[in-house]
Design a protein around this ligand. Structure first.
Ligand code: PLP
Length: 511
């Protein structure tokens, strides 16, 4: 029985239909309902849960017609379906993407050896998160108009490196909004840090926190909980740009379609052939978007969850125990240095057949005891769609080197983790479906590690390293990265995690 047969039997019964149509979203932890614009504006549900659409897989979607469209047409059709209740998605999509990506394809698919690499990083900040964070401010602005919200919407974000800059770029100087970004002090790459600390805008704040990403994320979540039903300062509402926000997750579904359409167009597959996607994973947002694509009908084969040395998800998929009680490693793929993957909660909801009490119980257990264990039935459902593999630091560097030597393709550290997992998966599970490996960052964002992998010197600052990497590879660094050199540092705050709440209040008063 699929996840959704179970869901439907529970949900289609009661006379909830009218409410469901106008308020299609619900919290993973209870019966709180919301319209799509409300869910986007709130980010997190008031009970601390994440917004999901219980009928995700049962509303009809014409996949074949969608795949035949141009990239922006696909985005419009998918987003209208996933976020019903927004008007004029066409304009929102055009405002978000037109002229802002280096490639007409948005996310080009490149054949490398016997697999395909989906390059997600050609947006304004050279981060895969641009795909979603170009769209989110459009959705928020529209949602404010649709719901008649008068208060300022302030985005609070914890970042493992890339969300911060992409969100700052998306929200700076957007009327009616403000943004506060927290990142782990000394826990992001020098280039990522420079990107954030040079951010202009009169509605932005950027602050380093002594601690790791999980510390930042949990502190931000507790600020959300503290102000779930009251304003932190008069005239302000908080929201999130992390993938806990459904408005951030939905745009990520689009590139799974774009990759599939590209393979069809090139005659590599015909409609209906399964395609495996391998995803470098941290907060479980990107890969969950792939699962959403599958739920609405895209012929996705397996979703391979690739982790670095922080292998909590690999262990979860293999054992059924999610256990964050372990050492935290700072790796060369810092955007995946995460032990609490927020979006897993959404998958849990569906795997538990919509049992919000079970989800809430597991999330409490994770918070209080550091782990939870799923039953065999739930795990069987999850394993029907997901495999998990992980990659050590050594293997990451080896993969970058071997890929460059054997194919001439230069990848970053996160993509290397996925390439390694792709190989292990293919060998272990004897899969011969075409493989799409998601590439989440430009190699120029992590030049020191990439140079080391290639056996080159990583001396000098990040800009020297970028130059050397350009020479070695013959590639040109994205101008959004090389152009950072010499820009003035505008943000200097470093705080302890206990100070996050006070910091937020201070900044809100100043906006
Ligand atoms: C955010 C990020 C990831 C992880 O994506 P999730 O949606 O958090 O799983 C992987 N690679 C890079 C470069 C990222 O910025």
């Amino acid at each position: 029985m699929s996840l959704f047969t179970r869901m439907k039997s529970r949900l289609v019964s009661a006379g909830e239909k009218a409410e469901r149509d106008s308020l299609p979203f619900q919290s993973t932890r209870g019966d709180l309902r919301a319209s799509a614009p409300e869910a986007v504006l709130r980010g997190l549900a008031p009970d601390g849960g994440l917004y999901i659409d219980p009928l995700l897989a049962s509303r009809a979607f014409d996949v074949k017609a969608c795949l035949a469209l141009e990239p922006l047409g696909q985005a419009e059709m998918i987003l209208s379906h996933l976020l019903p209740g927004f008007q004029d998605m066409h304009t929102l999509v055009c405002n978000a993407y037109q002229g802002r990506f280096a490639s007409e394809a948005l996310t080009p698919l490149v054949p490398v050896g016997d697999r395909y690499i989906l390059e997600l990083y050609h947006g304004p900040t050279a981060a895969f998160k641009d795909v979603a964070l170009c769209m989110l401010p459009q959705l928020m602005t529209a949602a404010r108009a649709l719901t008649g919200v008068r208060e300022k919407t302030v985005i609070l974000t914890a970042t493992s490196g890339d969300t911060g800059k992409a969100a700052l770029e998306g929200f700076h100087d957007v009327p009616g909004t403000g943004i506060v970004v927290f990142f782990p002090h000394q826990g992001v790459s020098a280039v990522q840090e420079a990107q954030m600390l040079t951010q202009i805008g009169n509605n932005v704040a950027v602050c380093a926190v002594r601690g790791n990403f999980d510390d930042c994320q949990s502190a931000v979540k507790s600020v959300f909980s503290a102000y779930a039903d009251r304003a932190p300062v008069p005239g302000v509402r908080l929201s999130s740009a992390n993938s806990i926000n459904i408005g951030r997750l939905a745009p990520q579904v689009v590139y799974y379609f774009l990759a599939y359409a590209s393979l069809m167009r090139d005659g590599k597959i015909t409609f209906g052939d399964p395609v495996d996607y391998v995803v470098p994973t941290g907060n479980f947002g990107d890969i969950l978007a792939g699962w959403y694509a599958k739920q609405i009908g895209l012929p996705v084969g397996r979703l391979v969850c690739a982790s670095n040395a922080n292998r909590v998800l690999t262990d979860f998929i293999n054992t059924g125990v999610y256990d964050r009680r372990r050492s935290f490693y700072k790796t060369v793929s810092p955007s995946m240095d995460i032990l609490v993957s927020s979006n897993l909660e959404r998958l849990l909801y569906y795997a538990c057949g919509g049992d919000t009490d079970a989800v809430r119980g597991n999330m409490l257990r994770l918070q209080n005891s550091g782990y939870y264990k799923l039953g065999a039935g739930e795990m069987a459902l999850i394993r029907r769609d997901f495999s998990g593999y992980c990659c050590t630091e050594e293997q990451t560097l080896e993969t970058i080197r071997d890929c460059f030597r054997n194919t001439g393709y230069l990848c970053d550290t996160h993509t290397a983790v996925a390439l390694h997992a792709a190989e292990e998966y293919r060998e272990a599970e004897k899969s011969d479906a075409p493989q799409v490996v998601l590439s989440t960052a430009s190699p120029f964002k992590f030049p020191a590690a990439v140079l080391t992998a290639l056996g080159e010197s990583s001396e000098g600052d990040a800009f020297c390293q970028m130059e050397r990497l350009a020479e070695v590879s013959g590639l040109t660094p994205p101008s959004s990265l090389s152009g950072l050199q010499g820009k003035e540092i505008l943000h200097h705050d470093v705080i302890n995690r206990e100070e996050i709440s006070d910091y937020v209040i201070d900044r809100l008063k100043a906006f």
